[in-house]
Ligand binder design. Structure first.
Ligand code: PMV
Length: 346
């Protein structure tokens, strides 16, 4: 375990159990992170631009207590050994900064299906970092939290912040300049998102393994990485100008490039269902009919339809009607991580 070079600004409060909770939102990337420059430091090979989603959250509570012999994780009310190693690795970074060796009981609850391409690792690890830092009495800046969250899950670095967020690639070898930064607050361009859920199973191949496989075997991976800075520049300009059509064009293109690179990996990665494709077609039909909407898809079959203000109800009705769509979720853009918010998971 390599502890990031972040100095503790406050000492833990002593032997008493220290508990804190945090709510972090999920996010979707409009310009995607797919590929690692360094697996050990979990450095992205490409930058990304995301939006933080109000209604898709993880509530996480962390209790450090000297009497705990090991870390424990409860996810959505059930003990979860599967994700415990990643949680422990993340807690180890914070324990290293605080200079303590106490174990924690972590309890986390998601407002949406876990591991199905709705970025539960992003909201889960963003909430874990903030709650655990608070429980240890560490005063970490949002940027420092973003760096630590990135080590746990690349996309978790972003929803430390709300609204529109850009994640930077590292130029330094130690990765200390790979963090997320806010671009626009949620209310500065209040887009909305309709999520068409076509499956609730956990995906077979995690994002992390999928991107490694793409980098190792996809003939299109290099083209994906090389064409990425231009997509970021177009998206930055579109967001600055609140140009919905320009943002939609580059976001759809970037999403399909990511999936094309993944599909061409060996063995191939196909995250889509039939209903995924039907939803893409439906979004295009809506747009042709004058409704301002564009799609994006992450490492799962769900389609996220990003809507200009006012378009959401028509988009939701149209996607709910697509055969194979099990449910739809609607959300606006949300704030960054909130410590002490939420009911306290468990
Ligand atoms: O942070 P990870 O390892 O779960 O990877 C996220 C990858 C995508 O969701 C497909 C894209 C992104 O930028 O969020």
């Amino acid at each position: 375990m390599i502890t990031p070079k972040i100095a503790a600004k406050a000492a833990p409060t002593g032997a008493a159990p220290t508990t804190a909770h945090a709510r972090a939102r999920s996010n979707i990337a409009l310009i995607k992170y797919w590929g690692k420059a360094d697996s050990r430091l979990n450095l992205p090979a490409v930058g990304s631009i995301s939006i933080t989603l109000e209604a898709l959250w993880s509530d996480t509570s962390v209790e450090f207590e000297a009497a705990h012999r090991v870390d424990e994780l409860t996810l959505n009310g059930e003990r979860n050994p599967n994700h415990l190693a990643r949680v422990t690795a993340c807690l180890d970074m914070l324990r290293g900064i605080a200079g303590v060796n106490v174990h924690a009981r972590v309890s986390s609850r998601n407002s949406f299906p876990t591991g199905a391409g709705l970025a539960s690792s992003a909201s889960g690890f963003a909430a874990l970092v903030s709650a655990a830092a608070a429980a240890l009495g560490l005063e970490l800046s949002p940027r420092e939290q973003s760096i630590i969250a990135r080590r746990a899950s690349g996309s978790a670095a972003r929803p430390i912040f709300g609204g529109f967020v850009e994640m930077h690639v590292a130029t330094r070898a130690d990765g200390t300049d790979s963090f997320a930064e806010p671009m626009l607050a949620a209310d500065e361009w209040p887009l909305e998102v309709v999520v068409a859920i076509t499956a609730t199973r956990e995906k077979d191949v995690s994002s992390s393994r999928g991107m490694t496989r793409s980098a190792e075997s996809s003939p299109y991976y290099r083209a994906w990485v090389d064409s990425h800075p231009a997509d970021l520049a177009v998206a930055r300009a579109a967001i600055g100008a609140r140009d919905f059509a320009a943002l939609g064009e580059v976001a759809e293109s970037n999403c399909l490039k990511m999936h094309a690179a993944a599909m061409a990996a060996a063995p191939p990665l196909l995250y889509w269902d039939g209903a995924t494709v039907e939803c893409l077609n439906r979004v295009r039909e809506l747009r042709a009919a004058g409704i301002p909407v564009f799609f994006t898809i992450d490492a799962g079959p769900q389609v996220k339809a990003v809507c200009a203000p006012g378009a959401r109800d028509a988009v939701r009705a149209a996607l709910a009607d697509v055969p194979g769509v099990l449910d739809t979720l609607v959300t606006g853009l949300g704030p960054g991580v909130e410590v002490g918010a939420g009911p306290g998971a468990g």
